[in-house]
Design a protein. Structure first.
Length: 1032
RNA sequence: AGUCCUGUAGCUCAAUGGUGGAGCAUCUGUCUUACAAACAGAGGGUUGCAGGUUCAAAUCCUGCCAGGACUACCA
C-alpha cells in the first residue's frame, strides 16, 4: 500500500499536479450546477472579462477571492453556481480589427459591414478564448457548461427585449446633445469611458475688440481653435469691472463675427480676467450657457477631428494643426495677448487613447432618473444590496443621486445593433436626424409598425449604430440565467447571492445592473456586493496598462504555482476590501511573498509525506472512524492511548475550524488564510509532528496507533480547510491520503472539492488544555533559548531542573515531562515544587551538578535520594512529636516544608497520586543517567556550594540548566540582568498603574484584577531572577 | 477643489480603548531519520507630527504632514 510513498519527491511540483486536477475537475463536470441540488442556492456571476483581454493581476486577485467563496460555500452544502463568461468589448475589438485593416491599407467601409462583422466573429472564435484559457489556469471552480458571451443568441435577445421595452416605456429617447466624441474610434463614448489626464499645456490669452471701437475684452483658453465656434463672451453679472459691457458686442478675431457679451452666474470673476469665451457646440458648460441664453450652436468640427466649413480658412485641418495655425494668425493680427504655461487635465478616450472632443450630435439616451430612483428605494428602504465594506454604500448612493442620462449609442459596428428602423422613404431616401423611425424586435415587426404609420410603401433602414457594451453588461446577472424567459436557472439562482468586483466599476457596472434589474426583475440582482481593493505594484502604484507596471500572473504561476499565487493574493487582504501590495523584482521576475507561499505549499507537501510514510498499512476510513469513536467515548481520559498532545492538536484543529468559518462568513478571507498558515505550520508541523515522532518509532503499539489516527484525522481536516485557498495541492494530497497511499485518478469522480467542509466540534475544544500546552511550549522554548545562550551544542543532551511554587504548573510540567525531554533534548529532567520565598536550595533534590565521577555520584545520588525520602518521613514524625524540643534553622525550614508538604500532597487522593508520579519522574531521570556512556553533567545531591547555572523563567517556573566546564559568568550575569531589567520595568509600570486611584476606581474590576495578577507574576519572576543573580 | 482610504519593526501586515504581535528579510548556530524551499535561537519600535478627550489612546476627536484612489473641474 505504501509502496508509492517513498517515491514521492521531497519537493512539491505544482506544474503537472495543477494541470492534472484542472482537467479532472472539468472532465468530470465537478462544478456543474444542479438546480435540483437540495442546498440553499449560492450564486455568483463572473464579472465578465473583456474578450480581447489577457489575464492580469487584477483578474487573478478577483477570481481567487471569488473561488474561495464559491468553493467554501459548495463544501458547506450550498447549491452553488459560478457562472462564467466574457463581454464583447465593442470599442476594443473594433479598434483591433481596424488596425488590422489599416495594415492592409483598408478601412471598415472598404470591406463593408457584413464582411467586417464576419471578420470580427472569426477573430472572436480564434482569439476570444485566450482569457478563458488563462482563467482555467487559476483552477477556478466555474461551471463551464453555462459559459455565456454578451453577443450570444440568448443575451442578444435579452438586449433587444430590454431596449424595446425601455423605448416603449419612454425611458429611451433620441436627441441632439453634446457627447464625448472620440475622433480615433469616431464614436461617441460615455462619461465613464473618459479618462482625465494631467498634461502640461498652455493658456492662451486672446483679445476680443469691442465692436464700438472703445477698448477690448480679454479671454483665455486652452483650446484656442474653438474660438472659431464662439457665439458669445460671458462675464459674471456681479463683476463691477464688466457690468457696463453687458449687452454690448465684441468682434471675434479672424472670422470677424459680432458676438454679444452676456452675464452668467457660472463665470468665476476671480479666475483669469473674469471673462469667458462661450463655445456652445464644443464645451459642456458653454453648452448649458448656450441653452440658457439661446445662443447659436456652431459646430466647427468633423467626426475625424478635422475642422469643417464653419472654421473658415482652417477648414480641413486637423484640430491640433488648426490650433497652431489659429494661434499664429492671432499673433500676426496682434490679438494674442500672451501665452502662459499651464498644467491642466485633458479628457482622453479610455479605449482610443486620443483626447476627447465634446461634439454636438444626435444620439440615443437612457433616461436615468426613474431607474436610479428605483435603485435608491431598494437601498434606502431595504438596504439592498449590502456593500462590503459598508463604506462603499455612500459612493454607490452618491452616484445614483447624481447620475445623468446615459448615452448608449456608439458609432461602431461590433455590438448589438440598435433595433430602430428609419422610414427613409419619408425623407427622400436619406437618413437624416429628423427621419422618423420605429423601434421593434426585428425587421418584420418594424415593417408592420412602419406600414401602420406611414402606409404600404415604406423603405426602412436600420440604425447603423450599436449599443454601449455596458448596456448588455447591465443585464448580465439575469440575462445569463435565461431572462427574459422564466427558466429553471433563473427561478433557482436569481437573485444571485454575491457580486465580487472592484470599486472602480461601481459606477460603470454595479449601478447599471441594479437599475436594470430593479426595472426588469423588480428586485436587486445580488444580495451583497463585495468590493475588493486594488493590486498595487512593488512601489505602491496601481497596476495599469498606461503605467505599464503590470505583473504577469502567468509568469508567477509558472515559477511558483497557481496555489502559491492565489494564496499570496488572498493572504494579503486585511479585513475586506483593502488594497494589497505585491512584492516583485522586475529584473528577476521573482516575488518574495509568492515564494513564501510556495514554501508553504512545500511545507504542507512534506508534512503530508511524513504522515503517509508513517501510517504503515492502513485503511483511511477505519483509521479515522476509530479515532472519532475514541475521542468521543472518553474525552480527556487516556485509555485509548490518546494523550495530551493528541487532545491538544484536536482542540487546536477544531478551534481553527471555528475561526476559519467565522472569518470566511464575514468576508475576512485574508484572516482565514493567515489563521490556517499558523495552525498548519506552527501547531501541526512545528509541534505536533515533532511530538509524535518518538511514539511512531517507539515500542508502544497502542500509542503509535493513536498517533497515526490523529495524524490522519488532522491532516485530512487541514486539506479540507485549505482547499478553497489552495485547491490543487490539497486535492492531490487528499486523493493519496484517502486512497491509502495510492495517487490514482478516481474513476467515479470523487473529489475533495465536493467533500463537506469541517464542522467545529465545541466538545473537542479545550481552552484549559491549550493553556496548559502553552506552558509546556514556553518551557521548551526557554530551555532551547538557554541552551543557545550557553553555547550548548544542538546535539548535546542536558540536565534541567524545573521549579515552581504553583501546584498546577508542577502538574502540567509532570504530565508533559516526556515532551520536554524530547523536544528540548533533556536527558535528566527534575520537576519540583519550591516554597514561596525559598526558590532554591531547599531540602529537596538539589540542582548542584558536577561534570565528573558521574557513575559513583549517580549511585550515591540514588542512595541519597532514598535517604532523603526517608528523612522526610522521619522529619514528619519527628516534627510532630518534638517540635518545641528541636530548634535550629534547618529544622524550621524542614518543618515549614513538611507542613506544606502534608497540606499539598497527603490530604487528598489525587495529590497523593501526583506525588507518586513526581517521585517516579525523579527516579526515572536519575536512572536514565546510569546508562550514559559518556561523561555528562550529573546532579550532586549536596546543598552547597551553588553551581554555575543558566537560568530562565517562564510563567512562574524557574528553569535551571547546570553548566559544564568553563562558564562565562559575565555573560550569564549580563543575560540575567537584562531579563531582570525588563521585568522590573514591567513591575514598575504595573505598580504605577495600580497606585493610581483613578485607575482603581474607574477601570472595570476585571481589568484591575488582571493587572494585579500580572503584577504578582512579574514580581515573582523578578524575585527568581534576582535570587539567581545573587548566586552567581 | 471635494470625497474616501492608508501611515505601526528594513518589507508586508496584526492588535472589542486595557499598555504593541506575526510572517518575510537580517544575524547566529544546525544537513536533528517530512521538509536547507528546512530546523533552533537572537536582535529590531517615541505606532507620521501636534494638540485634545480618558484612570488609560496605535485605537476616539481636531488640525497638520505624507502616500494613494475616486469624482468634478476654472475657461
Amino acid at each position: 500500500m505504501t509502496a508509492t510513498i517513498p517515491a514521492l519527491p521531497s519537493q512539491y511540483d505544482p506544474t503537472t499536479t495543477e494541470a492534472k486536477w484542472q482537467k479532472f475537475w472539468e472532465e468530470n463536470q465537478v462544478f456543474r450546477a444542479d438546480p435540483d441540488h437540495p442546498g440553499e442556492p449560492y450564486c455568483i456571476v463572473i464579472p465578465p472579462p473583456n474578450v480581447t483581454g489577457s489575464l492580469h493581476m487584477g483578474h487573478a486577485f478577483e477570481h481567487s477571492l471569488i473561488d474561495v467563496l464559491i468553493r467554501y460555500h459548495r463544501m458547506i452544502g450550498r447549491n452553488t453556481l459560478w457562472l462564467p463568461g466574457t463581454d464583447h468589448a465593442s470599442i476594443a475589438v473594433q479598434t483591433l480589427l481596424e488596425k488590422e485593416l489599416k495594415a492592409q491599407g483598408k478601412n471598415r467601409y472598404d470591406v463593408g459591414r457584413d464582411a467586417f462583422l464576419e471578420r470580427a466573429w472569426q477573430w472572436k472564435e480564434a482569439s476570444g478564448g485566450t482569457i478563458v484559457g488563462q482563467l482555467r489556469r487559476l483552477g477556478l471552480s466555474v461551471d463551464w457548461t453555462r459559459e455565456r458571451f454578451t453577443m450570444d443568441e440568448g443575451l442578444s435577445s435579452a438586449v433587444l427585449e430590454a431596449f424595446v421595452t425601455l423605448y416603449d416605456e419612454g425611458l429611451i429617447y433620441r436627441g441632439e446633445y453634446l457627447v464625448n466624441w472620440c475622433p480615433a474610434s469616431q464614436s461617441a463614448v460615455s462619461d465613464l469611458e473618459v479618462e482625465n489626464q494631467e498634461v502640461n499645456g498652455h493658456l492662451w490669452h486672446i483679445r476680443y475688440p469691442l465692436t464700438d471701437g472703445f477698448g477690448a475684452i480679454e479671454v483665455a483658453t486652452t483650446r484656442p481653435e474653438t474660438m472659431l465656434g464662439d457665439t458669445a463672451v460671458a462675464v459674471n453679472p456681479a463683476d463691477d469691472r464688466y457690468k457696463h459691457l453687458i449687452g454690448r458686442t465684441v468682434l471675434l478675431p479672424i472670422l470677424n463675427r459680432e458676438i454679444p457679451i452676456i452675464a452668467d452666474e457660472f463665470v468665476d470673476a476671480s479666475f483669469g480676467t473674469g471673462c469667458v469665451k462661450v463655445t456652445p457646440a464644443h464645451d459642456p458648460n458653454d453648452f448649458e450657457m448656450g441653452k440658457r441664453h439661446q445662443l447659436p450652436f456652431i459646430n466647427i468640427m468633423n467626426k475625424d477631428g478635422s475642422l469643417n466649413e464653419n472654421a473658415g480658412p482652417f477648414q480641413g485641418q486637423d484640430r491640433f494643426v488648426a490650433r497652431k495655425n489659429v494661434v499664429d494668425q492671432l499673433a500676426s493680427i496682434d490679438a494674442l495677448v500672451r501665452v502662459e504655461e499651464y498644467r491642466h487635465t485633458v479628457p482622453y478616450s479610455d479605449r482610443g487613447k486620443a483626447p476627447i472632443e465634446p461634439l454636438l450630435s444626435t444620439q440615443w439616451f437612457v433616461k436615468i432618473r426613474p431607474m436610479a430612483d428605483r435603485a435608491l428605494e431598494f437601498l434606502d428602504q431595504q438596504t439592498s444590496p449590502v456593500f462590503v465594506p459598508e463604506r462603499w454604500t455612500k459612493v454607490y448612493r452618491d452616484w445614483l443621486v447624481s447620475l445623468k442620462d446615459w448615452c448608449i449609442s456608439r458609432q461602431l459596428w461590433w455590438g448589438h445593433q440598435i433595433p430602430a428602423w428609419y422610414v427613409v422613404s419619408e425623407t427622400g431616401g436619406q437618413l437624416a436626424d429628423q427621419t422618423p423611425f420605429v423601434v421593434a424586435r426585428n425587421e418584420t415587426e418594424a415593417r408592420e409598425k412602419a406600414i401602420a404609420q406611414f402606409g404600404e410603401k415604406v423603405d426602412l433602414v436600420q440604425d447603423p449604430d450599436v449599443l454601449d457594451t455596458w448596456f448588455s453588461a447591465g443585464l448580465w446577472p439575469f440575462s445569463t440565467l435565461g431572462w427574459p424567459h422564466q427558466t429553471v436557472d433563473l427561478e433557482r439562482y436569481y437573485p444571485t447571492t454575491t457580486l465580487v468586483t472592484g470599486f472602480d466599476i461601481i459606477f460603470f457596472w454595479v449601478a447599471r445592473m441594479t437599475m436594470m434589474a430593479g426595472h426588469f426583475t423588480g428586485q436587486m440582482p445580488f444580495q451583497t456586493v463585495y468590493i475588493h481593493g486594488l493590486v498595487r505594484d512593488e512601489n505602491n502604484k496601481k497596476m495599469s496598462k498606461s503605467a505599464n507596471n503590470g505583473i504577469d500572473p502567468l509568469l508567477l504561476i509558472d515559477r511558483y504555482g497557481t496555489d502559491a499565487l492565489r494564496y499570496t493574493l488572498i493572504k494579503e487582504v486585511a479585513g475586506a476590501g483593502q488594497d494589497i501590495r505585491l512584492e516583485y523584482n522586475r529584473k528577476t521576475d521573482e516575488s518574495a511573498s509568492v515564494e513564501a507561499s510556495r514554501n508553504f505549499t512545500n511545507k504542507l507537501w512534506n508534512a503530508s509525506r511524513f504522515v503517509l510514510m508513517n501510517l504503515g498499512d492502513y485503511d483511511f476510513l477505519v483509521l479515522t472512524a476509530e479515532l472519532e469513536k475514541n475521542l468521543r467515548s472518553s474525552k480527556l481520559r487516556t485509555q485509548n492511548s490518546l494523550e495530551l498532545a493528541d487532545f491538544w492538536i484536536v482542540s487546536r484543529f477544531h478551534q481553527t475550524v471555528a475561526q476559519t468559518r467565522q472569518h470566511i462568513d464575514q468576508y475576512g478571507l485574508g484572516e482565514a488564510a493567515k489563521g490556517l498558515y499558523e495552525f498548519i505550520w506552527g501547531d501541526f508541523c512545528d509541534w505536533y509532528i515533532e511530538l509524535v515522532k518518538s511514539r511512531l518509532q517507539g515500542e508502544d503499539a497502542h500509542s503509535k496507533q493513536a498517533a497515526q489516527q490523529v495524524l490522519a484525522y488532522v491532516l485530512e481536516g487541514i486539506l479540507k480547510l485549505l482547499h478553497p485557498f489552495m485547491p490543487h495541492i490539497t486535492e492531490e494530497i487528499w486523493q493519496t491520503l484517502v486512497q491509502s497511499g495510492q495517487a490514482t485518478l478516481p474513476t467515479d469522480g470523487t473529489t475533495l472539492a465536493l467533500q463537506p467542509y469541517p464542522i467545529a466540534d465545541r466538545d473537542l475544544i479545550n481552552a484549559d488544555l491549550e493553556q496548559q500546552f502553552d506552558l509546556l511550549i514556553g518551557t521548551i522554548r526557554t530551555i532551547r533559548n538557554l541552551r543557545a545562550d550557553s553555547d550548548i551544542k544542538p546535539g548535546t543532551k542536558i540536565s534541567t531542573v524545573l521549579q515552581s511554587e504553583s501546584d498546577r504548573e508542577c502538574q502540567i510540567l509532570t504530565a508533559g515531562a516526556a515532551y520536554i525531554k524530547d523536544l528540548a533534548k533533556v536527558e535528566a529532567l527534575t520537576i519540583r515544587p519550591s516554597t514561596p520565598g525559598c526558590t532554591s536550595g531547599t531540602a529537596t533534590v538539589d540542582s548542584t551538578f558536577q561534570p565528573d565521577n558521574q557513575r559513583l555520584l549517580v549511585i550515591g545520588g540514588v542512595g541519597l535520594g532514598i535517604i532523603f525520602v526517608i528523612k522526610i518521613i522521619q522529619a514528619l514524625l519527628g516534627a510532630l512529636d518534638e517540635l518545641p524540643l528541636v530548634p535550629g534553622f534547618l529544622q524550621l525550614v524542614g518543618f515549614g516544608y513538611i507542613l506544606w508538604f502534608i497540606y499539598r500532597y497527603l490530604l487528598s487522593e489525587t495529590t497523593r497520586e501526583e506525588l507518586y508520579q513526581r517521585y517516579q519522574a525523579i527516579v526515572e531521570s536519575s536512572l536514565g543517567q546510569i546508562s550514559l556512556a559518556t561523561p555528562e553533567p550529573v546532579p550532586q545531591l549536596v546543598a552547597s556550594p551553588q553551581p554555575q547555572m543558566a537560568a530562565g523563567v517562564v510563567g512562574t517556573v524557574q528553569v535551571l540548566i547546570p553548566l559544564a566546564g568553563v562558564v562565562d559568568v559575565a555573560a550569564l550575569r549580563g543575560k540575567l540582568e537584562k531579563d531582570l531589567a525588563k521585568i522590573e520595568a514591567e513591575v514598575q509600570s504595573l505598580s504605577n498603574r495600580l497606585g493610581n486611584p483613578g485607575f482603581i476606581n474607574k477601570a472595570p474590576a476585571e481589568v484591575v484584577q488582571n493587572t494585579r495578577t500580572t503584577l504578582e507574576e512579574a514580581e515573582k519572576q523578578a524575585t527568581i531572577l534576582r535570587d539567581r543573580l545573587n548566586q552567581l
